[in-house]
Ligand binder design. Structure first.
Ligand code: SF4
Length: 347
């Protein structure tokens, strides 16, 4: 089991729930826009949020961002150790650095000194896009892992062990192999993700396979889905990965693919249900099925379900029909039973 690292009020590793992260894509110096995005990420279920700190003004902006954010804020630093030091002093709950590009050893030691003083962990890691050439003799996954381990050794030699490691490649198989290799070599918590995974469907598929494969093997303590666009999507996909693996509670919406027997618009009703669900943490399943021929049977394990009929639909709880509804009342009656279930009325 991995060791535990504390990031603000979130425990990472040691069998604690796998946390979901994202990263803002606003300018960090635009404090209102950054906080607005962090709020939306928090509402979507984000546990930890990372912000870029490319300059001193951003490191100063971190102060207000950290004090207003409801979730721990991680500072992403490259090259200049002073930005890491300033970010930690201004409230960052973790810093992500690359000791290799921070430069001389004393600069790393200065960063470590402040991180220790403030009880802030450091994430190090390797990305396929910025891999040090000195690891060129290894195959790519091993090179990624060894490059990260070299960074870990720099921190350890500075007396620091409050570390999280990430290995990311834009290749799913490289990400999986690299993390498997690292998992055998260290007990530091691992941050999983497939980097530059694209947008929409591509990112969802790559991230789900890469992160999911590792989590199924018991590897990984915190995850980030990388997706171009609104970062809230990263949280939605990340949480969906965790729910599908039984690693996170939440409402699971099941819907049939539909066929010629379908009597209702399954997709639009399933989307409606999804919008009711929001960030509810109740562990319940909701089935939306096109017809009663197979629908009730296939959805009988669901806590609540609806199946289409020629005149409307039937609502069922654990496979038992509780109401027959006309087409025009389909949504409102289903919502009624859904709310009843959430309030504990029929559980
Ligand atoms: S539940 Fe009915 S409509 Fe949906 S796929 Fe099965 S048979 Fe077709």
């Amino acid at each position: 089991m991995s060791r535990i690292v504390r990031v603000g009020n979130v425990l990472v590793g040691g069998g604690n729930p796998v946390s979901v992260q994202s990263m803002t894509n606003t300018k960090t110096i635009d404090i209102p826009a950054t906080l607005e995005q962090i709020d939306r990420l928090t509402d979507a279920g984000c546990d930890l949020v990372r912000v870029s700190v490319p300059d001193f003004e951003s490191a100063q902006a971190i102060k207000e961002i950290c004090s207003s954010s409801k979730i721990p804020v991680i500072a992403d630093i490259h090259f200049d150790y002073r930005l890491a030091v300033e970010s930690v002093k201004n409230g960052a709950a973790k810093v992500r650095i690359n000791p290799g590009n921070i430069g001389q050893e004393w600069k790393v030691r200065e960063t470590v000194k402040v991180a220790k003083e403030f009880g802030v962990p450091i994430r190090v890691g390797a990305n396929s896009g910025s891999l040090d050439r000195s690891f060129g003799l290894y195959d790519k996954p091993t090179a990624l892992a060894e490059s990260a381990l070299a960074q870990v050794r720099i921190l350890e030699s500075a007396g620091f062990e409050d570390i999280v490691i990430s290995l990311k490649s834009s290749s799913v198989s490289e990400t999986v192999s690299a993390n498997e290799y690292l998992f055998e070599k260290t007990d530091y918590p691992l941050h999983l993700g497939v980097t530059e995974a694209g947008f929409g469907l591509d990112s969802t598929v790559k991230s789900s396979i890469g992160i999911g494969t590792l989590l199924l093997k018991g590897i990984g303590d915190t995850i980030r889905v990388s997706m171009s666009g609104d970062p809230v999507q990263e949280i939605e996909v990340g949480l969906s990965i965790l729910r599908s693996l039984g690693l996170r509670k939440g409402v699971d919406v099941i819907s049939c693919p539909t066929c010629a027997r379908a009597e209702i618009d399954v997709e639009s009703l399933a989307r409606k249900v999804k919008s009711w669900v929001g960030n509810i943490e109740d562990d319940i399943s909701v089935a939306v099925m096109g017809c009663v021929v197979n629908g009730i049977g296939e959805g009988k394990d669901a806590d609540i379900g609806i199946a289409g009929t020629a005149s409307g639909g039937v609502i069922f709880l654990k496979g038992e029909i509780v109401e027959k509804v006309e087409k025009r009342n389909l949504e409102s009656r289903f919502r009624h039973w859904f709310d009843e279930l959430l309030s504990g009325g029929d559980r």
